[in-house]
Design a protein around this ligand. Structure first.
Ligand code: PGA
Length: 243
């Protein structure tokens, strides 16, 4: 893992966007893995600004999102379909047929997982995957204890993840209980990975990621065994790592 230290959230976002834009300029037909949550919002904002000023084109880029809630329609404001449209896709020139997000409304969720994993393989695999990190070490919705070799699958969200995400919903009871997520096996097949971490609430897990062992209870720790990972963290997220 290569650590890139950023001053703050804004610089972290600019650095991540710069890496993504560099890859798109070099490989205009690349496959890009995308994440949701609060952390990548600034990165997407920076990509949109770059698109407006420099016209970096996404017309031949293919995207795969990490995850989606089970039971939320794509038009639901809390679905990750909706998030991605609002935060990125509506503002760049990516054709809709090149966008892939798991279908959390599928009748047979297991089949949807297999279909999704198959589409990633058919596209030649993910060239660059963007990740956030949960304060419990999750990546995508791969919660602590998930086997490292899993493909795309259905997960039951842990109480701490549902609690962390309740701020977006009208109460905990509305937060979905399940999600479809790329597995850690899927994520590890990505050729390159960027993991973003910002803020004090990530300081403990970032310390563990940088200095701890590879441990099934810290899903992100497997990234230590990947040959091409950038961890971009701001000063608050690095608070314990540097003391
Ligand atoms: P956050 O979530 O970006 O909203 O902190 C990160 C994650 O849970 O992966």
């Amino acid at each position: 893992m290569k650590l890139i230290e950023a001053r703050d959230y804004e610089e972290m976002s600019q650095l991540a966007a710069g890496l993504i834009i560099g890859e798109i300029n070099e490989f205009p037909t690349m496959t890009l893995g995308l994440a949701t949550g609060a952390t990548p919002v600034g990165t997407y904002r920076a990509l949109i600004q770059d698109y407006q000023h420099n016209r970096t084109s996404y017309s031949r880029v293919t995207t795969f999102n990490l995850d989606e809630y089970v039971g939320l329609h794509p038009t639901h404001p809390n679905s990750y379909h909706y998030y991605m449209k609002e935060k990125l896709f509506d503002h760049i020139d990516i054709p809709s047929h090149r966008i892939h997000i798991p279908d959390g409304m599928a009748d047979v969720l297991e089949q949807e997982c297999q279909r999704y994993e198959g589409s990633i393989e058919e596209s030649g695999g993910i060239d660059l995957q963007l990740l956030g990190i949960g304060s419990n070490g999750h990546i995508g919705f791969n919660e602590p204890g998930t086997p490292f070799d899993k493909a795309t699958h259905v997960v039951e969200l842990t109480p701490s993840t549902r609690e962390a995400n309740r701020r977006y919903f009208n109460g905990l009871s509305e937060v979905p209980t399940h999600a479809i997520t790329m597995g850690i096996g899927t994520i590890m097949k990505s050729k390159k990975i960027i993991l973003l971490a910002s803020g004090l609430k990530k300081a403990r897990i970032v310390h563990q990621l940088l200095f701890g062992e590879v441990d099934n209870n810290v899903p992100a720790s497997i990234l230590k065994e990947h040959s091409h990972v950038w961890v971009i963290a701001d000063q608050e997220a690095l608070r314990y790592a540097k003391s």
